[in-house]
Design a protein. Sequence first.
Length: 291
Amino acid sequence: MAIGDSVKPAAFQYHAPQSVEEAVQLLGMFASDDGRIIAGGQSLIPTMALRMARPSHLIDINGVGELEKLSVSDSVLSIGACIRHAAFHRPVVGNPLGGLLSFVVKHIAHYPIRMRGTFCGSLAHADPSSEWALTAVTLGATMIAESLRGRRELHADEFFVSIMATNLAEDELLVETRFSLLTPGTRFGFYEFSRRAGDYAVAMALVTFELVGGLIADVRVGVGGAEDRPRRLPEAEKVLTGHPPSARLFEDAAAAAAAAVDPMEDQQADAAYRRDLVAVVTRRALERAAA
């Protein structure tokens, strides 16, 4: 391979479907031949340029109007596969969920990437440091997958398997993600630590809760970036439930979160450092929610 070839994608066949049905048919035909879906391309294109990924077929879904869906019906926010991160720069719904998504999106990479990358693409890529993956798990989102066999729903708890791995079959297209609207009055807090602005998070936490009679209720605590996939931490939620917010309570919940994780090790951090970070990001997310 010549030096110049190392920064050019290998040859592939390009397909531009105009409907979900056509996209699914193409994926059914070419998935076994390393056919890949492309929407935003912010994860796939760089790996193709370095020839770390060599798909034989690219199925570009940007021409599928059905996948531009961003709407609320029956208290459920539906996000189509072609909706960009930038759609959430401003709240998309007058509900705490809108404010939460708008706050989280500003932590995703850099502005140009948010203008092109897609919400569902981030979930399908399944990077443990994905802010949207953490959001989906913490809030209990539902992912809608479609193939020639029909549609099926996957709850966020079962969608993510490990690093860059999901329960999507190779011939399934993630067409939509659904979030239930949050109860009015729901508080939320998000905090992530990265080496530099725009870098992948080394650890991050998202929390939501309500105050009922001054006591914490319906609490959710999710952590991402620290393990091979994002997940909720019932150990921390149990510490918080039924108590009034306080600095001591948040310290105890953060300690419970840190004890519950099985941190991964990589070039960014060892396990002990990540465990300590989980305590820090959890406590700070709780403090933001209570502010």
